[in-house]
Design a binder for this molecule. Structure first.
Ligand SMILES: Nc1ncnc2c1ncn2[C@@H]1O[C@H](COP(=O)(O)OP(=O)(O)O)[C@@H](O)[C@H]1O
Ligand SMILES: [Mg+2]
Length: 422
């Protein structure tokens, strides 16, 4: 490779925006360029042949001594970043930062020499600073977002909790309503029975006191024995029916009361649906005829109370969608290792433009007090946790069908990981 002519190199060294100082093997100054003259205010001719640290006392620092000994020992270039403490406090106060390279080399006469190159790095530093500031503010933003996310998570779980509570409240109201009726007539039947027993006792007591059978017959007749006789059986069987209904509802409620249980176990989905129907019957019966078209299902591994809650949400939504009186059809099928259950209504349907929003938390088209907008969001979370999926088909004016797919078996690791997320 052809070398640059010496004059060219000289001219370059004088013009370049870097400080260049050349030393002999004993660190006496041999030469420096115009940059050093300009910024130090010292003249080269006064400095030539003198020790570097004598001309620039500020260079007699530990850090520079280390740089020199490292370069001498290893014969390599030593690069230093003089952070806010420039090696030479050159005349230019703006030079607060320098990069320096100190290196040994062999001169044209074969003698060992050292070179020192000083580069002002304020500009780099300031751009680094602003980069750092930008990074910091990004980091802060990230922290803020993390915090917000955590808050959202907390709020979300509180909401889900409150939806659960709302569901329990809804249940309680429904159950109260359902139980009220049978309890009411069982109570009134008891009163009637009390009256009957009173009259019957009077007839029996009369056996000891009457003088003739005719008198006894008269008493029997006046107390309407025949009517009591025929009514008493009806009253008792009606009361038994009533108590039976109460028992059924209490049983259903028991199934539901494990609302916080977190364990997957194989259960009959149909039993869950029937239980749920019992509980929400009060909401449905004035709005729709309920038709069951169950297929043959194996037991499905799930968290039964949660699946019941999904079914309840779907049923209540279906009832809400029906304006006058309609039909709600519940179907189920097995397909390979999956089962599905669906709830179809003849309600008002869902407009296409909101169809993709109905699973969002808080999305509701119902008036305040009626809708929380959380039913489907919660259902979605529950089904996700079961590694299933939920589909919706709807036609405005005709009705809506929600279909829930569930795997019959949960894979071991999947169900374990997911259990904690809801
Ligand atoms: N069966 C359905 N028929 C018509 N619209 C429905 C049906 N189910 C859900 N939707 C729509 O989805 C919205 C969200 O449902 P959901 O999450 O259960 O909240 P909410 O019932 O409290 O409004 C409802 O407000 C309604 O607009
Ligand atoms: Mg709802």
């Amino acid at each position: 490779m052809e070398r640059l002519p010496v004059q060219v190199l000289g001219a370059l060294a004088e013009r370049i925006d870097l400080g260049i100082i050349v030393f002999d093997a004993d660190m006496n100054i041999l030469h420096w360029n115009a940059f050093i003259t300009l910024h130090s205010g010292k003249q080269l001719k006064d400095a030539q042949g003198r020790a570097f640290t004598e001309v620039f006392p500020e260079a007699a620092c530990v850090k520079f001594a280390q740089v020199v000994s490292q370069a001498v020992e290893s014969s390599t270039h030593v690069y230093t970043h003089w952070v806010e403490a420039p090696l030479l406090r050159l005349d230019n106060p703006a030079i607060a930062l320098q990069n320096t390279i100190f290196f040994p080399f062999i001169g044209s006469d074969g003698a060992r020499m050292y070179g020192l190159i000083l580069q002002e790095s304020n500009a780099i530093a300031s751009s680094t600073n602003s980069l750092e500031a930008a990074l910091n503010s990004l980091r802060n933003k990230q922290d803020e977002q993390d915090q917000l996310l955590r808050k959202l998570e907390v709020a979300n779980s509180q909401l889900l909790q409150s939806e659960k509570l709302a569901a329990i409240g809804q249940l309680a109201a429904g159950v109260a309503h359902e139980i009220n009726n049978p309890i009411g007539y069982v109570f009134s039947n008891l009163k009637t029975l009390g009256g009957y027993v009173h009259d019957l006792l009077r007839i029996i007591d009369a056996v000891d006191n009457v003088s003739s059978l005719d008198e006894l017959r008269n008493i029997k007749h006046s107390l309407e024995y025949n009517y009591i006789r025929s009514d008493i059986e009806a009253v008792i069987s009606e009361s038994e029916d009533g108590i039976d209904r109460v028992k059924r509802i209490i049983g259903a409620l028991k199934d539901f009361s494990h609302i916080d249980e977190e364990e997957f176990r194989p259960v009959s989905l149909h039993r869950g649906i029937d239980t749920t129907l019992n509980v929400v019957n009060n909401e449905l019966k004035y709005k729709a005829e309920v038709i069951k078209e169950y297929g043959d299902l194996p037991d499905v591994e799930c968290i039964p109370s949660q699946i019941n809650q999904v079914v309840m949400n779907l049923l209540v939504n279906a009832a809400h969608s029906i304006e006058q009186f309609g039909r709600i059809t519940i179907r189920s099928r097995q397909e390979d290792s999956w089962v599905w259950l669906e709830v179809e209504d003849t309600g008002k349907g869902i407009e296409a433009k909101i169809l993709n929003r109905i699973f969002e938390p808080f999305f509701t088209t119902k008036p305040i007090g009626k809708g929380t907008g959380l039913g489907l969001a919660l259902s979605y979370t529950i089904i996700q946790k079961h590694h299933g999926r939920i589909e919706v088909f709807s036609e405005v004016g005709k009705g809506t069908r929600f279909r829930v797919w569930l795997p019959i078996k949960q894979t071991a690791e999947a169900s374990q990981v997911e259990v904690q997320t809801l």
